[in-house]
Design a protein around this ligand. Structure first.
Ligand code: ZN
Length: 249
């Protein structure tokens, strides 16, 4: 009798649980479906997606999106030079047009230049034609400055779709995302928090997303202040700062 009671209660609890999960799903269906579509695309194009580098070497890849910025990018280049650290810059095509000498400087100092679309579009909200135009025009303007087309692309807002991957694949490029570490430096969370996130989570092969543009136009962005701390700190622990091609070797 006791067993039957336990059984009945268990079944009742399970049904309640599933019913609640189902209600939850109804509210979440939009974002969950989107995540599933992204997952499927990520699986299909896994061979051209980079999220992490070589885990056997004490290397970290700093990546800077949204530049070149006339104020912040040169400061970042100065810090990198001071510590003999290399990084990857995912530049916005139209800003390359505004600050061509900065892109040239970054390239000449040994950093990698990647494509981040021409006007920072959201791939998922753009037509196929627009996506192609944004990517190819950025390839061209970068080539004009550094003499070669980038082989790396980073999608603004991390937005991806099949059209994007078809274009990337046919141009023999790769899509660079980032490791499970997001400082959200663009939102100005505080220098301490940017440093802490990197210090606590960075490990061999980590790709770190940062920004060399910030809408708050202080003399120094929080990202820059954090870099001044984090680069010597991680180097003292034996880490080397390298470009994406270097960390994926
Ligand atoms: Zn961006």
């Amino acid at each position: 009798m006791k067993k039957v009671l336990i059984y009945t209660v268990s079944v009742f609890m399970l049904v309640t649980l599933f019913y609640n999960i189902d209600i939850f799903n109804k509210f979440e269906i939009g974002s969950k479906q989107k995540a599933m579509i992204n997952n499927n695309i990520s699986k299909k194009y896994g061979d051209i997606i980079i999220k992490k580098g070589n885990e056997n070497k004490k290397m970290i890849a700093l990546t800077f999106d949204d530049g070149p910025d006339e104020d912040f990018t040169p400061q970042i280049l100065d810090i990198l030079k001071k510590y003999n650290a290399k990084a990857t810059f995912f530049v916005v095509g139209q800003k390359v047009g505004w600050n061509p000498e900065i892109v040239k400087r970054a390239y000449e100092e040994g950093h990698e230049i990647g494509n981040h679309t021409f006007t920072h579009i959201n791939i998922c909200k753009s037509s196929n034609e627009q996506i192609r135009k944004e990517i190819m025009e950025t390839q061209e303007i970068i080539k004009k400055e550094i003499g070669k087309e980038p082989t790396l692309f980073r999608p603004p807002y991390r937005a991806i779709n099949e059209t994007l991957f078809d274009i990337i694949k046919s141009n023999h490029m790769k899509v660079v995302l980032w490791s499970d570490l997001d400082t959200k430096d663009w939102s100005n969370p505080g220098v301490y928090n940017i440093v802490k996130t990197i210090e606590e989570k960075a490990e061999n092969g980590t790709i770190i997303l940062l920004h060399d543009y910030n809408k708050i136009r202080n003399n120094k962005s929080q990202t820059i202040q954090a870099l001044e701390k984090i680069i010597p700190k991680m180097q003292s622990l034996g880490y080397e700062f390298v470009t994406i091609p270097e960390i994926t070797k």
